[in-house]
Design a protein around this ligand. Structure first.
Ligand SMILES: C[S@@+](CC[C@H](N)C(=O)[O-])C[C@H]1O[C@@H](n2cnc3c(N)ncnc32)[C@H](O)[C@@H]1O
Ligand SMILES: [Zn+2]
Length: 377
């Protein structure tokens, strides 16, 4: 964590300013700009007095800390002199090898996995290692709808940091921050983006000052957050100019691609499990009941009109589904591109009309919204 990040942060519990006490700093040129970084320290709240640790260069700004983080706080209380040491670095040539190691460790397959599962995991590994960087469709959609200069970017639930890398290359913001609550993904994101900041925090309690980030972006996060309304409102408040929020599936679109791979979204929670189990049995995918149940426990189905209502409290809202789909069809990579998508790619006017129809019926499979904030709302 660099000193300048402190100017953007606040206490996730009471939103008061934070004070930084350093215990250990890193020096060296590993992050590309040669700036010193705080490796260990404490962020103390000037309002409610809570303390949050910085560990291994990552501010841990969740209200509920892990045991390791609580122990670190105790240790830092007794620290007198600030220790300085060279930053630990991964040689650039080895970065993707290391990223793949970390990704495979996270996405382990069960013994005797079916072909369906093997393919699913291999696709996922490819996406999380390499594919996730090919996100020009986001940049192009943003440029079409937002002409303001973007100096600071916050990616909420940024995972492996592929989108952050693409945004960094195209928009060249001076401050890039990726927030996630999963430490393994933060490690991957940092390897990929050595100049960016990574922060461990909860999307429903963002530790950022209001209107502090020119662009807040979030992709495939909302559907994983139980308190998604709160997370969305937090993102609207932290954004200064623009919020680009993408989530899916849109509840009325019926089929959940990517999580359950089953037509479950419109059923009541108690029924979804049985529909999904039956669907996978009929298709003989080999997906276990445990995996279905745990995925359902981690997935919330939200409707695009519900999200729109929340966004409208903060400014001008645009549904950019059609633009996004057109830009993704032009790019040579789309996650899980099927035959139908390939067909549409060669028939752009059919694709446009279909997108408009889906949006008009409010059943587009994924939702893409850009909010242009109106100050004072
Ligand atoms: C499906 S991944 C999407 C990652 C990335 N945005 C992308 O599209 O490749 C969802 C990410 O959100 C993170 N996440 C889920 N719930 C969260 C929460 N409440 N607060 C912060 N991050 C969360 C997960 O750890 C995960 O990295
Ligand atoms: Zn506080």
């Amino acid at each position: 964590m660099k000193d300048e990040l402190l100017g953007f942060l606040c206490c996730p519990a009471c939103r008061a300013d934070l004070e930084l006490r350093k215990a250990r700093v890193w020096t060296g040129s590993g992050n590309g700009d040669g700036q010193e970084e705080v490796a260990e320290g404490v962020l103390g709240c000037t309002g409610c007095g809570r303390a949050y640790p910085v560990l291994d260069g990552i501010p841990r700004l969740c209200e509920h800390l892990w045991e390791e983080e609580v122990r670190a706080l105790g240790r830092f209380r007794r620290v007198g002199r600030v220790a300085t040491e060279p930053r630990p670095e991964t040689p650039r040539a080895d970065v993707y090898v290391r990223i793949e190691e970390l990704v495979r460790r996270k996405l382990q397959l069960p013994d005797n996995a079916s072909r369906y599962l093997e393919e699913r995991v291999e696709n996922d590994v490819y996406f999380r290692v390499r594919g996730c960087e090919r996100q020009e469709k986001y940049v192009n959609t943003l440029r079409l709808h937002c002409d303001a200069q973007i100096r600071s970017v916050l990616d909420v639930g940024g995972g492996q940091g592929g989108l952050m890398k693409c945004l960094g290359e195209h928009l060249r913001p001076s401050v890039s921050v990726l927030l996630d609550r999963d430490l393994s993904w933060l490690d991957v994101a940092r390897l990929r983006n050595p100049g960016a900041e990574v922060v461990r925090a909860d999307a429903a309690a963002l530790p950022f000052k209001r209107s502090s980030m020119d662009l807040v972006i979030s992709q495939s996060l909302l559907e994983h957050v139980e308190d998604h309304d709160k997370a969305l409102a937090e993102m609207c408040e932290v954004a200064r100019e623009t919020l680009f929020v993408c989530f899916g599936p849109n509840k009325p679109s019926v089929y959940d691609f990517g999580h359950l791979d089953a037509p479950v979204t419109v059923f009541p929670k108690s029924v979804r499990k049985y529909v999904a189990i039956l669907w996978h049995r009929v298709r003989r995918t080999g997906r276990s009941t445990d995996s279905i149940v745990s995925e359902l426990d981690r997935t919330w189905y939200i409707s695009t009109s519900h999200v729109r209502k929340i966004l409208e409290r903060y400014g001008e809202v645009r549904n950019v589904f059609r633009d996004f789909v057109l830009f993704s069809a032009q790019s040579d990579y789309a996650y899980g591109m099927g035959k139908f998508t390939r067909y549409l790619r060669n028939h752009p006017s059919l694709m446009k009309s279909l997108c408009d129809l889906l949006v008009w019926l409010r059943v587009e499979p994924q939702s893409y919204y850009i909010l242009r904030k109106v100050q004072g709302r």
